[in-house]
Ligand binder design. Structure first.
Ligand SMILES: [Zn+2]
Length: 278
């Protein structure tokens, strides 16, 4: 009899403990719920596969080097020509996008503004901050400046303050290696350290933001180097070469803009990147 009573008591006690546990569980859930919902929405963002990224219509990405009078060649445009290109793009209803927007479009199918394009500059020339940035800002455009960090504070190149100022004005700063050595020549860990890891860290200190984008010196890459760069950067930009279908995010194509008329530039943009609607 006593034993029966003890076992009934044990069962009752057990029920009380279970119900208390449930109550505290319920309380914990109700507090934790908002966080759980937030987490589940970010988890729901499934990244596109490389094949899907590769199949998406390309956004035109322009690439400028020198902006100066009296020089000829593919890598120089005059200040007047540069201004005429920017004015044509603004008058034609184009919207400059950032690499972050391009990444979200390629990977997560995020929307882009109408007639998107990107404007990029290589080699840290001083005129990028004294000539190009003010012209772009006049039309509400923002650009991407790829810095080779050996040029800090040298004659004809941007100072570290000018680079920081560009970032503050809403432009994006990317890396273009330490001394312009091509990626296909990085053989040892020490090469990656010298050309990528260290300059990336220093540049991040200067602009106070993560450096997440890379432009290949001379536009040259191989599959191995491109795959390795995905450990450092969200996107890497080539020049005119074909994209790599396995690592399309690390082989984003650009178009070098020489001394073209605005109409000539517009035609080339369409010819290079296609007229497919984004
Ligand atoms: Zn370069």
């Amino acid at each position: 009899m006593n034993r029966k009573l003890i076992s009934i008591c044990t069962i009752l006690l057990g029920l009380v403990v279970i119900s208390c546990n449930n109550a505290s569980q319920h309380k914990r859930n109700s507090v934790a719920n908002p966080v759980a919902i937030k987490e589940s929405t970010s988890v729901k963002q499934i990244a596109n596969t490389p094949a899907l990224i590769y199949a998406k219509p390309e956004v035109p990405v322009l690439c400028y080097h020198r902006i100066a009078d009296g020089k000829k060649g593919d890598y120089t445009v005059s200040p007047a020509t540069f201004a005429s290109h920017i004015k044509m793009l603004a008058d034609s209803g184009y919207h400059s996008i950032s690499p972050a927007q391009l990444y979200d479009y390629l990977v997560y199918n995020k929307d882009l503004p109408e007639k998107p394009f990107m404007i990029t500059f290589d080699d840290s020339r001083v005129e990028h901050s004294t000539i190009a940035a003010p012209v772009m800002e006049k039309y509400g455009f923002r650009g991407v400046f790829f810095i080779m960090t050996i040029t800090y504070n040298k004659k004809n190149y941007m100072t570290t303050d000018e680079i920081a100022q560009l970032a503050k004005a809403g432009h994006t700063i990317g890396l273009h290696s330490w001394d312009h050595t091509m990626v296909i020549k990085y053989k040892e860990a020490a090469d990656w350290q010298k050309q990528v890891t260290e300059p990336k860290k220093k540049l991040e200190k200067i602009v106070g933001k993560a450096i997440e984008y890379w432009a290949y010196p001379n536009g040259v890459y191989d599959h191995k180097g491109a795959a390795e760069l995905s450990n450092y950067f969200k996107l890497s930009f080539t020049l005119a070469s074909k994209r790599d279908s396995i690592v399309p995010l690390q082989t984003v194509r650009r178009m070098i803009v020489p001394e073209w008329t605005p109409q000539g530039m517009h035609t080339s943009m369409h010819r290079t990147f296609g007229a497919k609607k984004i």
